[in-house]
Write a protein that binds this ligand. Structure first.
Ligand code: HEC
Ligand code: HEC
Length: 152
């Protein structure tokens, strides 16, 4: 037979279970991303293409702010993936003898001193071997979220 005491304990337990269930309902789909829409609402997002410019005539892009890694202005087709032992970027950009010299438009910007452990011995700093971790190709797309940040 249930005593008033057991009844009270049972009641308390079911109350806790109900509260836990409410908490588990979690976020709804449109609360999960930066955009205030269901993540599945746009089932076919507009395709976009990275800038296909030729390295030698495409010029460079503006820097986001002082000290920011420059954006890759040219096509990366055939240049990735980058591995520790195979890195196509270096064939053009690794030019230790040009570090500190005046840059020439239309010629590969030489890797800066910061990307070597020793420029004179042409010793790359391998903490930076994965170029596209910091230097990203660009595409013409609308911002997902408005931004008024101004560098420089
Ligand atoms: C065939 C030679 C070549 C290869 C390979 C190459 N680049 Fe370039 N890169 C260039 C040239 C040329 C420029 C343009 C320089 C200019 O006009 O001032 C350039 C510009 C850049 C810039 C802009 C520099 C600046 O001053 O704003 C970045 C960043 C860059 N490349 C990164 C890369 C990365 C990362 C890779 C490998 C995935 C790569 N490049 C492979 C030739 C090359
Ligand atoms: C950890 C981030 C990081 C990685 C990885 C990295 N870079 Fe950079 N890179 C930067 C930053 C930040 C700058 C600008 C400041 C500076 O000179 O160090 C820069 C500058 C440059 C410049 C412009 C130099 C100039 O004089 O204007 C070139 C070209 C470049 N990097 C190419 C590369 C290539 C090619 C690789 C791969 C071998 C690479 N970077 C890897 C962060 C990175």
């Amino acid at each position: 037979m249930k005593t008033p005491m057991t009844m009270a304990v049972l009641l308390a337990c079911s109350l806790v279970a109900n509260l836990a269930a409410a908490a588990n309902a979690g976020l709804t789909e449109d609360q999960m991303g930066l955009s205030k829409a269901d993540v599945a609402a746009d089932s076919e997002p507009a395709p976009f293409e990275y800038r296909q410019a030729d390295p030698y005539s495409g010029g460079v892009l503006p820097r986001a702010y002082l000290g920011a890694p420059p954006q890759v202005p040219h096509s990366l087709d055939g240049l990735t993936p980058i591995t520790r032992d195979s890195n196509a970027c270096l064939s053009c950009h690794q030019q230790p003898d040009k570090v500190g010299k005046k840059k020439v438009k239309g010629e590969p910007t030489p890797l800066p001193k910061s990307h070597y452990t020793d420029v004179r011995r042409n010793a790359l700093y391998m903490g930076r071997y994965n170029c596209t971790q910091c230097h990203t190709p660009q595409a013409d797309v609308k911002n997902l979220v408005g931004n008024t940040f101004k560098g420089k």
